[in-house]
Design a protein around this ligand. Sequence first.
Ligand code: C5P
Length: 218
Amino acid sequence: SAIPVITIDGPTASGKGTVAQRVADKLGFYYLDSGALYRLTALSAIRHQASLSDEHALSKVAEHLDCSFVGGDVFLAKENVTDAIRKEEIGNTASKIAALPGVRHALVGLQLRFRMAPGLVADGRDMGTVIFPSAILKVFLTASAEARAERRYKQLIGKGFSANMADLLKDLQERDARDANRSVAPLKPAEGAYILDTSNMTADQAVEQVLSWYASER
Ligand code: C5P
């Protein structure tokens, strides 16, 4: 397809979401937060009391996910779950069920449907490697674990949740290890991806870098 896709993959709290959203706004492109789909699946599974070791049941939950994205808000059926899916507990559950091939497979079609004219910016773990291998620009965003834990801390406090730096750092390292070591769609830079370390960068600086790479790819 000729519809351009920019993929932004990277570890937890690397700033992907902020950067991807701003790049999409600048270009007038659609935006896919693929992590939200795993988080929605996790929340829906908890609501349905599905066992977190029952791959078949979890795949069904993913396949029948009734979600929508309106402005910056995320809905599960008619419920606004924008903040609820950001909780650490949901992120951890999401990362566990994201290791199940059946769950990943069930979410492929939904992700592909976000590719609409004039273009898409997709963020996640496997956007450039698995879901949109033909993307015109692939970026792998990283930052030190400490920088990421600090960002996550500020994010959670900003949303009115309580948070503890030591716990966050530990969670984040566990989640990174799980995402990088799983057998299906592990977190790793796509072939040809530009690597961007944002430890000492503002989000706007990262956005400018991605936009300039995009300009040079066209
Ligand atoms: O990016 P975010 O932290 O919202 O993602 C939550 C979890 O969903 C990640 O820890 C990861 O395990 C999983 N995920 C994934 N593939 C993606 C996006 C997210 O496995 N494309």
